[in-house]
Design a protein around this ligand. Structure first.
Ligand code: THU
Length: 162
């Protein structure tokens, strides 16, 4: 007998960074600074990510493109792999992400791509604590997601590999 199930999740939409807590606003500022270090000569789409760890450290990343396009990497994975490499075992609290184009104003919050969601999910499952996301364009509203698993429902995990 089939069963219909619904998956839903909550987000918080902030009108501006002024509505965020001091530490969240600071993390967004870190992501904006990271975004300015993007190497994106092919897409002209600059993304910055800033990760707040439980020990107070902030790890940043920006997208790094390559003439061989698939060899480039998104800002989120540059940041999360750096966090994993530099601070193994330290809980990841929040990731702030911001995007800006050289060609137009990005007004909608930038959401991580599917590959980045999967990469971040690995750490969320490992630490058994949700990773909060703060998503922003260049201007405009900010979306808060309370867990990466919320935006990657039915995600792949190591439970399949046992
Ligand atoms: N990009 C990111 O850095 N993060 C995302 O979540 C989406 C896309 C980068 C990859 C590429 O350098 C550029 O944005 C255009 O896709």
């Amino acid at each position: 007998m089939s069963e219909k199930k619904k998956i839903d999740f909550e987000i918080i939409v902030y009108d501006s960074i002024e509505e965020l807590s001091n530490s969240e606003r600071q993390l967004i500022q870190n992501a904006i600074q990271a975004r300015k270090k993007a190497y994106a000569p092919y897409s002209n789409f600059n993304v910055g990510a800033a990760i707040l760890l439980e020990n107070g450290e902030v790890v940043i990343g920006s997208n790094q493109e390559n003439a061989s396009y698939p060899s480039g990497l998104c800002a989120e994975r540059v940041a999360i792999f750096q966090a994993g490499a530099r601070f193994p075992g330290i809980t990841i609290k929040t990731i702030a992400i911001t995007a800006a184009s050289n060609n137009y104003i990005v007004e909608n919050p930038a959401a991580p791509c599917g590959n980045c969601r999967q990469a971040i999910l690995e750490y969320e499952l490992k630490q058994k604590e949700p990773i909060k996301l703060l998503l922003m364009g260049e201007v405009g509203k900010i979306i808060q997601c309370n867990a990466i698993s919320d935006i990657l429902p039915l995600g792949f995990s190591n439970t399949f590999l046992k």
